[in-house]
Design a protein around this ligand. Sequence first.
Ligand code: NAD
Ligand code: UDP
Length: 328
Amino acid sequence: MKKVLITGAAGFLGSHLCDKFLNEGYYVIGMDNFITGDVKNIVHLKNNPQFEFIEHDVTCFVNVEGGLDYILHFASPASPIDYLKIPIQTLKVGSLGTHNLLGLAKSKKARILIASTSEVYGDPLIHPQSEEYYGNVNTIGPRGVYDEAKRFQESITMAYHRVHGLETRIVRIFNTYGPRMRLNDGRVIPAFMGQALRGEDLTIFGDGSQTRSFCYVDDQVEGIFRLLLSDYVYPVNIGNPHEISIRDFAEEIIKLTKSSQKVIYKDLPVDDPMQRKPDITLAKKLLDWIPLVSRKDGMLRTFNYFETLSNEELYKSEHKSFDNHIRK
Ligand code: NAD
Ligand code: UDP
């Protein structure tokens, strides 16, 4: 049985990856320090004999008993609100954490896939973004802590590949959503859905003309799985190219949730990218992969999940704001 280590296992994507690899017959070791994750995302795996969990901060030396075939490094805060709140931990997990996992991969002769992001393109000057684009990142802005950690992560991963011949894979993930996102993580989908469920108006940052392209988690996980098993070492975009402005998206959510709320406008956070849409030509060609879940279906499944949360969970999600980080 192949053995895989998944860091960030108690988070949104990490927990879905644990499910995927278990379903595919792998032995899965999950690792997390719960800084932005939640044990409830993996509690259903507690008695699964093919799953074990190690509570550990990957910025400290990482050790795992026995052999390993694959490592998926997904530990990192991923929501702008999280990484603005814990910027140093974000830089450390992308740099020191990645270094530790590359070292572990080298010692175990394991293949490693690291979770990079569309944020390496910053506020992009070309559209849609293809893998050849070098990006437009403000290194010293508040988002720089995440973007630069991920850019460093890509560089050190390629260096391990070139110097040590390590088998490496890099996925550039574009906005992905689905069940198990934290309702208060500040990302736009949980933010709008939480507001709809609480009967609050939906907060649009800026004038809402900025765009995003949302990928349902099952599609994302399938793309990552195929990339891991491919033989391609350079970065690959995985995301859904169906682009929408945040203003139109808010209207879609109001319709979907059959709520009677309005939208209200707040300041746009510093360095908030104005447009984002993946060019997925490479993923299509290399992995024979395209996203299959429509935004309508994916949003419905996600809303159904948020509807099952208790009132306590719904209301503990205090509305966090970007007030200290508004665009000057
Ligand atoms: P998440 O916050 O739900 O999950 C991240 C997990 O990593 C959490 O469980 C957290 O506790 C854990 N973690 C953070 N620092 C750690 C450390 N030092 N040691 C051990 N565990 C640690 O976020 P997510 O959306 O699931 O994102 C997972 C990965 O995917 C991240 O690397 C993120 O950068 C990347 N990504 C996600 C998206 C997206 O749209 N969801 C987009 C681009 C990239
Ligand atoms: N956004 C918004 N209202 C919210 C939360 C987010 O208008 O309550 C906007 C945010 O400014 C950005 C987009 O929605 O333009 C996507 O934000 P998210 O935090 O989900 O991810 P990003 O793609 O910016 O990392």
